[in-house]
Ligand binder design. Structure first.
Ligand code: SF4
Length: 295
């Protein structure tokens, strides 16, 4: 869905239609890509819905090649929407992440939006989240209760896990998977929303599990089951982004005006994210398939 461009002698898909595009309103956006950087597949946690669970960190990451990739994209006048540093858990390899951020600065990639995905559980992740270069950070936090989090992550947490001390909460959003037995109904969603307000978090996403294994199928909870508008002072805001590709629903929760923005991801067009590029430390691919190596 969109235009193509040539990098490293191969055509790649560009994202050129915004999620607010439909036949009636909205329109094309400047052709661009999102670049995901899988900095490690290692993770300290063992979430049963995740393919990275408990992996050891890979020791190899070719940062020179990533810089080359970014320069190649830019020299072909392709806009990079954002670079997502993701894993596994990036704070398993903090030195590699910091080195990368330094390289971005040294190469004057200052206009590129840099985003971190983290589970925020380790002291190292809390430390990493304090780095000044992040434009935004997604923290995967699937419950408000530490004991439940230990069950979900199947790992021991420290007393400081949910403190967020010294972290700029304005750039944080929390991503909460809906899992049967955990956040799975209106009452639990309400508690999660209150927890976020108390922590100074301003954006919360509820995400349905993808059916990637039996645990996900058994524990699946539909976004529709949350019925957020039955929660006092929670309002459906009819997202500006609703169009033919996306039916994300958005809400505002006003707990005594410390306003929490809530989003629920729901893509209509499964190909919508196919234009993303993924660099795994060795190869650049398009989409999230193994067989599509660009460089
Ligand atoms: S914390 Fe994230 S990367 Fe780690 S096992 Fe859980 S879902 Fe997977």
């Amino acid at each position: 869905m969109g235009s193509k461009a040539l990098i490293f002698g191969k055509y790649i898909e560009l994202k050129s239609v915004g999620c607010n595009h439909d036949d009636v309103s909205g329109g094309p956006i400047p052709a661009s890509v999102n670049l995901f950087v899988k900095i490690t597949n290692g993770c300290n946690a063992h979430c049963r819905f995740c393919s990275n669970a408990g992996h050891k960190s890979a020791i190899y990451f070719n940062a020179d090649k990533l810089i080359e990739v970014v320069k190649e994209i830019e020299s072909n006048h392709i806009l990079i929407n954002r670079i997502n540093i993701t894993g596994g858990e990036p704070s398993m390899v903090p030195d590699i992440v910091i080195d990368l951020l330094d390289r971005f600065s040294a190469n004057s990639f200052n206009d590129i939006h840099i985003h971190l995905n983290t589970n925020g559980l380790l002291p190292a992740s809390q430390q990493l989240m304090k780095h000044h270069r992040w434009d935004s950070i997604s923290v995967s936090l699937h419950h408000y209760d530490r004991n439940k989090l230990e069950e979900i992550y199947q790992t021991k947490l420290t007393d400081n896990t949910l403190n967020f001390d010294g972290i700029d909460m304005n750039i944080i959003n929390v991503s909460c998977n809906l899992i049967k037995g955990y956040i799975d109904k209106t009452r639990e969603a309400h508690k999660m929303m209150d927890f976020c307000i108390d922590k100074g978090i301003t954006r919360l996403g509820f995400v349905g599990l993808m059916p990637s294994n039996q645990y996900c199928k058994d524990r699946f909870v539909s976004l529709d089951e949350l019925n957020l508008t039955t929660i006092p002072r929670c309002y459906f805001t009819e997202s500006k982004n609703r169009g033919k590709n996306c039916r994300c629903s958005n809400y505002l929760y006003n707990k005594d005006l410390k306003i929490l923005e809530i989003y629920m991801r729901h893509y209509i067009n499964a190909m919508y994210c196919e234009s993303s590029l993924l660099y795994d430390g060795e190869y650049l691919r398009q989409g999230f398939n193994d067989n599509n190596i660009i460089y």
